[in-house]
Design a protein around this ligand. Structure first.
Ligand SMILES: *Cc1c(COP(=O)(O)O)cnc(C)c1O
Length: 352
């Protein structure tokens, strides 16, 4: 059995003594090479996807949640709360259940993918829909936690970031060094902040090198590219549909210090990359395709020359989380009678 993340990397994580081990065997996600896609982008470089959708609740949020919930239960909290576009809710609900705590999640009404909402409900969280945005929901839970002894487990909670650093450590451990480029989607900006903290820390300890970081937002929800908050963020990539990133300053700093940048891609580019990844056997939710979509756009525009480089794209969440987006875009499968000749005809017909 592989060691739980918090045990394996404990010396590198700034967690209080009282933190308990609350684990569902998160982390240790694979780095999957994508030679065919690298070839399509000009070739001559190594391209990997770190498939974070293979975490216990289907997203990278589990890395932070094992730490945040472990800390909360260790200090005697009975209830945890978060605002969520979906994946944080499912993760908080699962880890709270594991630790025997009550979980409350606030989600923006009607904007959460079916698989995420179902997860939160399945794990037994109290789910409240807010007639407002994610940003409104986050504001409310912060206020609530100031009034009551309820533990906040959004990425404003520093232990979430500590746990999420482990993804950077894993990449260095598997590749033997940091990659040249790291590409990832940016929403509330906790993850990009954690990766940069993790890579810097490992580099100090083990001279593993530092990546340039390409953070990617959706063009309808790109406050860090525009330089101001977005009142009504809109994108199919619901996990990054955030207009006021809580860690925006740190995200900009991470991009700049690393010699990278934060850019935006359109929903069309995101969905096209979701398709491309699926054609490689990797089905991710739309937000998860944004990092690689941004990288591909930069390469195609000649703004990144990948030749000779090692590139890692973070695919943050599983495609099963948001099946509607695929189901809605596909034609209804044809209905065919139980008849061999008809099936034969359909199977052998040329595909377009
Ligand atoms: C939470 C999430 C993001 C955004 O991460 P931030 O830390 O908020 O920037 C991206 N993709 C998926 C699938 C997520 O669940």
């Amino acid at each position: 059995m592989t060691q739980p993340l918090l045990q394996r990397y404990r010396p590198y994580l700034d967690l209080p003594e009282h933190t308990q081990l609350v684990t569902l065997s998160e982390g240790n996600t694979p780095l999957i090479p994508l030679p065919r896609l690298a070839e399509q982008l000009g070739g001559g470089f190594e391209l990997y996807v770190k498939y974070e959708g293979l975490n216990p609740t289907g997203s990278f949020k589990d890395r932070g949640m094992t730490a945040a919930i472990g800390e909360a239960v260790g200090r005697g909290a009975k209830t945890v709360i978060c605002a969520s576009t979906g994946n944080t809710a499912a993760s908080a609900a699962a880890y709270a259940a594991r630790a025997g705590l009550k979980a409350v999640v606030l989600i923006p009404q009607g904007k959460v993918a079916a698989g995420k909402l179902a997860g939160a409900v399945a794990y037994g969280a109290q789910v409240l829909q807010i007639q407002g945005s994610f940003d409104d929901a986050l504001h409310l839970v912060v206020e609530l936690c100031q009034r009551h002894p309820i533990a906040l487990v959004n990425s404003l909670n520093p232990y979430r970031l500590e746990g999420q650093k482990t993804a950077a450590f894993e990449i260095c451990d598997v590749l033997g060094a940091a990659p040249d480029w790291l590409c990832l989607p940016v929403g509330n900006a906790g993850n990009i902040t954690s990766y940069w903290m993790g890579f810097r820390q490992y580099n100090q300890l083990q001279q593993s090198g530092l990546p340039r970081i390409l953070g990617v937002q959706a063009s309808g929800a790109a406050p860090l590219v525009l330089g101001h908050p977005v009142e009504h963020p809109e994108t199919v990539a619901t996990a990054i549909r955030i207009g006021r990133p809580a860690r925006g300053e740190q995200a900009l700093q991470a991009a700049e210090e690393s010699g990278g940048r934060i850019i935006a891609v359109s929903d069309e580019q995101i969905l096209a990359m979701q398709k491309t990844l699926a054609s490689e056997g990797i089905w991710v939710e739309p937000a998860s395709a944004a990092g690689l979509a941004g990288f591909a756009a930069e390469v195609e525009a000649g703004r990144i020359q990948p030749r000779g480089k090692r590139v890692v794209a973070i695919c943050t969440g599983h495609g099963l989380k948001d099946p509607d987006i695929i189901v809605k875009s596909m034609p209804t499968p044809p209905q065919i009678a139980v008849n061999l000749a008809l099936i034969e005809e359909a199977v052998l017909a040329p595909t377009i």
